[in-house]
Design a binder for this molecule. Structure first.
Ligand code: DUC
Ligand code: ZN
Ligand code: ZN
Length: 492
């Protein structure tokens, strides 16, 4: 009699806490049993994967993904839809994503935003998914809907301190934090000071400096550092946990660390673009630099990147997400080139849509670099995002009977030839990758989602099916909680 749907044997299993020679048995989409290597020798299974000693890790959880969004960050709209974005994700080992459901400033409800986003995702995803509500207008109605959001399985939202289309002022941020606190919702904050960005933009324009590379100076480090400190202050005042998204500067990381050392529930995210790119990537011939325009921008030098790596290693950063926010390069309608016209033949930095693709490259790029302990790699790319956003232990872990059987099985040492990444290897609907030419030493050999092999690099590549991915209702965060329970009291 067949006992299991799938067994994975001879793996070196890596979780966020340990590295062990274990075999894994899967039944009914869940991790059924984990035993010492060899322990499943006689098990009857429909299918067996021999990992040949390669690492076996929980599937990647990418908690910062933009798909099928309207123009929010400049003129363009995002290239990938739910089908192409989730396809790209699974081919790079990500089995769960949390995308944004964007509420515009002229809309006062969040529930309509949520149902519209459900409609975009339903039947289209290759991987499991949830949404963060992106609150562009914290109207009374929107705030009153937080409770329903929680009932609908949405336990996080994102707000912006910059961008005309999205920016909230400090009073609105406090409104959001207060209601989020009441409902057990985690607030993600894009922390950049919009006044500094506008002022610097004007200075650059006066000097007729429009090329893509001036995106960097238009978003100076101080804009991020000041806003990060302000966000921390507002969070402390309201005793509400926050996560600062896409942190790029060592000084902002130092503010975050200092707050964490004081015991505050401040969490932080960084992304591969701040580990691998610098301002040199924005400074390329012609319009090429536009490919790396994202906000915050890649910073000055390798030492900035080193500091961000160090922040991942020492726990300042809780998670490593892609911030996949794709715009086609050679697309004058909705892509990077929508900022090019007769007046600005090399584009104008302030009109270039902000964002880079990266959902497929996040895991292989970071693992290939081999700068994090393996357990730390699993922690920041899978387990912590699952814990932070209320998905653990269903996602991000290997808990018998409780975790979905989402796995990445990597190549054993010496089995995969290293290669230089090119965009045509990727599965997104974007005409470039900012990581073109990087040498990769690892790529998932197999990826398993709820017990199904959805990626087999050597036998057909993508095996998963559109529509297999399902919406996952999320719980409150198991990491982010206020310091003090009970109602927030007005300090008098
Ligand atoms: N912020 C994001 O989170 N993504 C893309 C653009 C931005 O500014
Ligand atoms: Zn942002
Ligand atoms: Zn983003």
């Amino acid at each position: 009699m067949v006992e299991y749907d799938l067994v994975v044997v001879n793996g070196t299993v890596v979780t966020d806490t340990e590295i062990q020679e274990w075999d894994i048995a899967i039944k009914d989409e869940r991790i059924a049993k984990i035993v010492a290597r060899g322990g499943l020798h006689d098990a009857k299974a429909l299918k067996t994967i021999d990992a040949e000693g390669g690492y076996v890790m929980p599937g990647g959880v990418d908690a910062h993904v933009h798909l099928q969004e309207p123009p929010l960050f400049g003129k363009g709209s995002t290239a990938d839809n739910y089908e192409t974005g989730s396809r790209s994700a699974v081919c790079g080992g990500t089995t769960t994503m949390v995308t944004f459901a964007p509420q515009k400033k002229n809309e006062d409800t969040l529930l309509d935003t949520l149902s519209a986003t459900h409609a975009r995702a339903k039947h289209n995803c290759y991987i499991d998914y949830s949404f963060h509500l992106l609150v562009g207008n914290p109207s009374e109605k929107a705030l009153s809907e937080f409770k329903t959001l929680r009932e609908e399985g949405i336990s996080s939202l994102k707000i912006y301190m910059t961008y005309e289309a999205l920016q909230l002022h400090d009073g609105q941020i406090l409104d959001v934090l207060l209601e989020a606190r009441k409902q057990g919702i985690t607030t993600m904050i894009h922390a950049e000071n919009n006044h500094i960005i506008s002022w610097m933009t004007t200075q650059l324009e006066k000097r007729k400096l429009f090329a893509p590379k001036y995106h960097g100076p238009s978003h100076p480090a101080v804009a991020e550092i000041e806003a990060t400190y302000r966000a921390i202050s507002l969070s402390e005042f309201m005793d509400t946990p926050i996560l600062i998204v896409h942190v790029s500067t060592p000084q902002a990381a130092a503010h975050i660390r200092a707050a964490q050392d004081r015991g505050l529930p401040i969490f932080a995210e960084t992304c591969p673009q701040y580990l691998f790119l610098t301002k040199m990537d924005l400074d390329q011939p012609g319009f090429e630099g536009a490919k790396c325009v994202c906000s915050p921008p890649p910073r000055s030098s390798d030492s900035d990147c080193d500091a961000i790596w160090a922040g991942l290693a020492d726990g300042t950063f809780t998670i490593l997400s892609s911030d996949h926010c794709p715009f086609r390069y050679d697309d004058a309608e909705t892509g990077k080139k929508s900022s090019v016209n007769e007046e600005f033949p090399l584009g104008h930095f302030k009109y270039i849509p902000n964002g880079c693709p990266g959902i497929e490259t996040r895991l292989p790029l970071t693992l290939s670099e081999n700068r994090l302990e393996l357990t730390k790699f699993v922690e920041v790319t899978s387990t912590n995002p699952a814990k932070l956003y209320g998905l653990y232990p269903l996602k991000g872990g290997l808990v018998e009977g409780e975790s979905d059987a989402d796995l990445n099985i990597w190549y054993p040492e010496g089995k995969m030839e290293e290669f230089a990444l090119t965009n045509d290897m990727l599965h997104h609907d974007v005409d470039y990758t900012p990581f073109e030419g990087r040498v990769l030493k690892q790529w998932p050999r197999w990826t398993v989602l709820r017990g199904k092999i959805v990626w087999d690099r050597e036998n057909g590549g993508l095996l998963g099916k559109k529509g297999y991915g399902k919406f996952i209702k999320r719980d409150a965060s198991s990491l982010a909680k206020p310091l003090n329970a009970g109602e927030w009291e007005l300090p008098l």
